[in-house]
Design a binder for this molecule. Structure first.
Ligand SMILES: [Fe+2]
Length: 167
């Protein structure tokens, strides 16, 4: 049966390309994708194993939220703190209610079944992003450990040479 291999990209609306690029690069380690002439249409960034495409508009409409897996939870939160980016366990409410697990705080949560860490941030246009980290990792249906693609190698989709010159 045919199936999906991975989520290729998520598209969200933004109001300022440079501000968005700076924020995603600094807050989430995103990488600018030089797509030559196609960059005129939208901002495209690599974010982990996927891509984000950003359509610029004067009045962005924000989606519900999307989630990204980060590779180091403590470093991610420390970076958010340095950037003075607020994060919360319970977005959209000023009354977070009681913690559901012993490790829940108003700022982040921890699920009991898989040890997932999670919290929520907003990009400069108000798009909500859930940050998650699964310290136990991934496994296949037989219980074998599965590694994700090594994003430190600067992965990108191959592009025909004729389209790579900026113009
Ligand atoms: Fe979610």
């Amino acid at each position: 049966m045919s199936g999906v291999k991975l989520i290729h990209h998520v598209n969200v609306q933004i109001s300022d390309r440079q501000r968005t690029r700076d924020w995603y690069e600094k807050a989430l380690g995103a990488k600018f994708l030089d797509r030559g002439q196609f960059n005129q249409r939208q901002l495209q960034l690599r974010i982990g194993t996927g891509e984000m495409h950003f359509s610029e508009t004067s009045d962005p409409v924000c989606i519900g939220h999307f989630a990204v897996e980060v590779d180091n939870w403590a470093e991610t939160l420390a970076n958010l703190d340095r950037m003075e980016i607020a994060y919360t366990r319970t977005p959209g409410t000023t009354n977070p209610g009681p913690p559901r697990t012993p490790e829940d705080t108003p700022y982040q949560g921890r699920r009991e079944d898989n040890g997932e860490h999670y919290t929520y941030v907003y990009d400069p246009d108000g798009n909500m992003i859930e940050l998650v980290h699964h310290p136990l990792g991934l496994e296949d249906s037989a219980g074998n450990d599965v590694e994700l693609a090594d994003i430190s190698r600067g992965l990108r989709w191959k592009q025909k040479e004729s389209t790579t010159a900026s113009g």
